[in-house]
Design a protein around this ligand. Structure first.
Ligand SMILES: [Zn+2]
Length: 349
């Protein structure tokens, strides 16, 4: 089995929602469940050894638009969120992450040595990520508290605007260049992440925001869960030029399993073949090289191909990659090595 360290999941969102409905998030993760995609037993079964676990503040008003007769759709951006509302939810999700660590249901990792040790011990290696920074204040006065709680990665924006920058909508077909980039506060945030050693994630940001980070940050450029725009032209995917900059910086792109970002028609349909995943991987490997492509499933955050189904089916993708001709050393890079390399660089190890 090829162990996978994965660049993006929303398991904390699922656990938090179930907690709000009266459930026990620790027991649900540790003992397993049939809902969603990730828990400890299913992760173990599928060789999902760890990943970046997002603190994401839900946009209650967001409903994805149905495609028109041409298959085109454009969902308006979700409304900006209130700071106090967002901070409260972020603290509750960070608390779940800490409690999971305390209960030995997963290991909250703060270094690549932590990740490697957890993987050796067979316990899920979680890294805390913030997907959209609505829970951070303009002066970044609370950022060190999140850092102390284990935050080691953040995306300045999700697919909505905030005080740090602008996100791209869920739309097909659409250019990646949908609006302004970072705000002045967004540049401050990038510099703070460089100083502290927090990875900056470019998934969900506008193309202008991407280039703003590229000219400011001293880290490798990464998009934790994005695919190739030329194959699936949604605003969330990456152009060839963006991929060239990622390669140049020593960064990576994590393959997003979301069917809306894999399929040529971008439809939200789980009957999406593994070949759509392979096509994106092949393209990105050809464009950037094997050192710059990884996995970023979006488990618990999106509709994924039914041939994967959940974390337990993760090795179906690995098997398809083997059939495609990827050698063992390539698979080791794709599945975990590349992530560990860029995390170590961003974290000043
Ligand atoms: Zn996302």
């Amino acid at each position: 089995m090829e162990l996978v360290f994965d660049g993006h999941n929303d398991v904390l969102l699922r656990l938090w929602r179930n907690m709000k409905a009266g459930g026990d998030p620790i027991a649900e993760f540790a003992n397993g469940t049939t809902s969603g995609h990730i828990d400890a037993p299913r992760a173990k079964a599928g060789g999902l050894a760890g990943g970046l676990c997002a603190i994401y503040i839900p946009s209650g008003d967001l409903v994805l638009k149905e495609p028109d007769e041409k298959g085109h759709y454009e969902t308006p951006l979700a409304a900006p969120l209130d700071y106090a509302f967002s901070l409260n939810i972020a603290l509750e999700k960070a608390s779940i992450a800490l409690r999971l660590d305390d209960a030995n249901a997963w290991r909250l990792c703060r270094s690549t040595a932590d990740i490697s040790k957890a993987m050796e011990e067979g316990i899920f290696a979680a890294v805390l990520h913030m997907e959209g920074c609505e829970a951070l204040d303009p002066e970044l006065a609370n950022l060190d508290v999140f850092y102390a709680a284990g935050l080691r990665s953040l995306g300045p924006v999700w697919s909505r605007h905030n005080i740090f920058g602008h996100g791209v909508p869920f739309a097909y077909p659409m250019t990646t260049d949908t609006g302004p980039g970072l705000t002045d506060l967004g540049f401050d945030l990038v510099r703070a992440c460089n100083r502290l050693g927090i990875l900056i994630d470019l998934a969900h940001i506008t193309e202008k925001g991407f280039w703003d980070v590229a000219k400011t940050s001293d880290q490798p450029l990464i998009a934790s869960h994005s695919n190739a725009h030329v194959l699936t032209p949604v605003a969330r995917n990456l152009t060839d030029k963006q991929m060239d900059a990622i390669k140049e910086s020593g960064g990576l792109v994590g393959l997003n399993y979301a069917v809306t970002m894999l399929r040529p028609d971008a439809r939200d349909d789980a009957a999406t073949p593994l070949s759509d995943m392979i096509r994106h991987i092949n393209y990105m490997v050809e464009r950037m090289g094997i050192d710059h492509v990884a996995l970023g499933s979006d488990f618990d955050g999106a509709t994924i191909p039914q041939e994967i189904q959940d974390a337990a089916g993760n090795q179906n993708l690995v098997a398809a990659l083997k059939t495609e001709g990827y050698a063992d050393e390539d698979l080791a890079k794709l599945c975990r090595g590349n992530w560990l390399r860029v995390l170590g660089q961003a974290w000043h190890e």
